[in-house]
Each structure stands twice: as C-alpha cells, then as structure tokens.
Design a protein around this ligand. Structure first.
Ligand SMILES: Nc1nc2c(ncn2[C@@H]2O[C@H](COP(=O)(O)OP(=O)(O)OP(=O)(O)O)[C@@H](O)[C@H]2O)c(=O)[nH]1
Ligand SMILES: [Mg+2]
Length: 351
C-alpha cells in the first residue's frame, strides 16, 4: 500500500470566531516536494523558516514552516483567518494530500502516530481543542515544562490539583441568569466581544437562550444568555424560560445578575452562583453590600476584568499564561495519581 499523504488542521477556530494561529500538519512522502514547489524558502529540520506559501504566482500567506527531524512531516503555521486556512488546505488537496476531517476530537491515533511518544501524541491530538492563544501556548509548552520540572523536582500533588489546562481544552458552560432587564444580554455581548444578543430597555427582550463560545481572559467557555426569569403570561416566553432552565442546570457556573438601580423582586439566593451587580454606573436604589457581589457596569465595561478573574477562580483556572507542567487527559491524571500513591518519581514524558 502506498504511504499516505495527509493534511490535518491541528488548531480549532478561537472562541472569538477567527483564529490567531492555525497550524496545518502535512505528513507523508510528498512533504518535501510540496514545500519545494509551494514554499518560497528552503525549509529546515527542527527550525522555523518564515516564507511565502504560493499557489502558482498567487501568495496565500506568509507562514512559518517547521520540518520534522526525518523530513516526514511539516507544520505550517498560518495566520488563522478562515479564507487563508481553506486556501492552504485546498492547495494541499490539489497537490496530492488527503484532507483529514477535524470532526473527531481529540484526533485519532492514526492522525498523530508520527509523533514520538504517547505524551507527544497527546499534545498533537488535543491541539484542535485549544480555542484560545493561552490554551495553544500552554499545550505546546508541555514537553518543555515537564522536562524542566522533572529536573528541578516537582510537587506531584499540586500538579494533580491543577486543572487549568484540562479546563482550557474543555470549555465549561456558563449561564447568565437574572430578572428581566437587569442587563444580562448587555453583559453577554461584552463577554462575547460582539453583539450576539438583542438588548433593549424592555423586560422580556431575550425570548430564547443564546449560547456561543466566548474567550474569557484566555479561557474558552460556552456562554449562555437566558431570558429574564419571571412569571410570563405569554405562552412562548413561558416555554423559552422553561427551556433555558435546562441550560442553567447543565452549566458549570451561573452568573446571577442583579440590577443596582432596581431592588430584586425575588430572593437572590442561588447556591454556588457568582453574584454580579450590574449598572453600577448609575446611583443605586438598594443596599447590596452584604451580598459579596462583583460590581460591574456592562455598559461602560467597569469591573469586567475582576469578573473575568473571578470566573477563572471559580472554575479552577490559574495563571493560563504561565509555563508549568499540567495534565490534560484522563490517562495522565491517573498516572500522576498512581505515582503519588506508590511514592514513585513522576515523569510523564517517559510514560
Ligand atoms: N446604565 C446602565 N444600563 C445598562 C447596563 N447594562 C444594561 N443596561 C441597559 O439595561 C437595559 C436592559 O438590558 P438588557 O441587556 O437587554 O437586559 P436583559 O437582562 O438581557 O433583559 P431581558 O432579556 O429582557 O431579560 C438596556 O436598556 C441596557 O442598555 C449598565 O451597566 N448600565
Ligand atoms: Mg436579554
């Protein structure tokens, strides 16, 4: 059987929609020939080379290309706009590469079998699940981080307790709930970074829940904006409120939004929820100081950085930009737990 030539998009679109970096891995005997014909520079083994990716006379992008030690694969780091990625994949397809669909995630073993160790295969297989730049960086840094930590001696218990990278690759669901008109959709749009939800000074504006990826300070989350919780007379609104309950119950974190300018009509008690008092750019009409709430203005953006940090804290995400060893698969987690139980030294790179 002839050796397979494959092109796989290793990175996922970011939470904001596009993607800053998109890595396409080309594997197989055609790699050298393809780079010679379509890349403007001579690629180097284990080195980054910056050049132009060309389709005939036409320049698609100026990517960085790294060729594997044995020349059997190359990673092409593109600027991640959808058009650039599609054009690069289409070119690879015309040049004889089979396009591996990114549907099954993490990538199946066959798609990453050219990576040396089980650990390296896990880096590659999970890369398409990294939707934000910190997630991509932290995952790609893991071989180095583990190498450094093994030499320096590490606290396996704190590595086991740290679920940051796992969280970065498995977006938690966050529901925004509260009474009508408190500013839930305005807050959702701020966190989405674009106008996804309709907002208006009219209770009952959001009729159905709206869920989309959002990038919360480097953490990709599925953010769900829900209709205001009230006893609605309208049958459609009642059905929408009931449907949003499922989203709320299935979420990892609830943001319970209150309005500084209007005292809540119902009890604000929601165990485990993060209480957010909105519209603090206006004079408040009731005393919410005893609530231990985060005060924000979704209109001006005040307090949103603090809210992002609190969301990280509640979801166990710590220093997503720091370099340190982390686990991100159940296999790794079990191996770390075993090494603690058996008092064995821990080196995931070798397991
Ligand atoms: N002053 C001020 N007004 C705000 C703020 N956030 C939202 N609003 C206004 O409050 C009104 C209601 O905002 P929405 O975001 O639609 O409120 P909602 O909670 O989604 O409302 P429903 O979907 O009806 O439940 C709009 O007129 C917003 O412009 C804020 O931080 N400050
Ligand atoms: Mg709304």
């Amino acid at each position: 059987m002839p050796a397979l030539n494959t092109a796989i998009l290793l990175t996922a679109p970011t939470a904001a929609g596009g993607s800053a970096i998109a890595v396409v891995r080309l594997s197989g005997p055609l790699v050298g020939e393809f780079l010679q014909r379509c890349f403007s520079k001579n690629p180097l083994r284990n080195r980054c080379v910056h050049g132009e990716l060309r389709d005939g006379e036409f320049v698609i992008d100026d990517p960085i290309v790294v060729l594997a030690d044995d020349g059997s694969w190359a990673d092409v780091s593109l600027h991640g706009g959808a058009w650039v990625v599609e054009s690069a994949l289409a070119l690879a397809g015309r040049e004889g590469f089979d396009l591996v669909p990114g549907g099954t995630l993490p990538l199946p073993n066959a798609a990453v079998s050219d990576a040396g160790s089980a650990f390296e295969r896990e880096v590659l297989a999970y890369l398409p699940l990294a939707r934000t730049e910190p997630a991509i960086r932290m995952l790609l840094d893991q071989p180095n981080a583990w190498r450094r930590a093994v030499g320096a001696g590490m606290d396996a218990r704190s590595v086991l307790a740290d679920q940051t990278l796992w969280r970065l690759l498995n977006p938690p669901r966050i529901a925004i709930v509260g009474e009508p008109n408190v500013g839930k959709s305005t807050l959702a749009n701020q966190l989405f970074g674009r106008q996804l939800s309709i907002t208006a000074d009219l209770p009952g504006t959001t009729r159905d829940w709206v869920g989309e990826f959002a990038d919360i300070g480097g953490l990709a989350v599925v953010l769900v904006d829900t209709p205001g919780q009230r006893d609605a007379e309208d049958a459609i609104e009642r059905a929408a409120i009931a449907a949003s309950q499922e989203q709320i119950e299935g979420s990892d974190l609830v943001l319970n939004v209150l309005d500084a300018t209007a005292r809540p009509t119902n009890a604000v008690d929601r165990p485990g929820a993060l209480v957010v008092v909105n519209k603090t750019d206006q004079p408040s009409s009731w005393d919410f100081r005893s609530l231990d709430a985060i005060e924000i203005s979704a209109r001006t953006g005040a307090g949103l950085e603090k809210l992002r940090r609190e969301i990280h804290r509640c979801l166990g995400v710590v220093g997503p930009n720091d370099s340190r060893p982390c686990w991100w698969t159940e296999r790794q987690k079990a191996l770390i737990a075993e090494s603690i139980r058996d008092s064995r030294p821990l080196d995931l790179l070798k397991l």
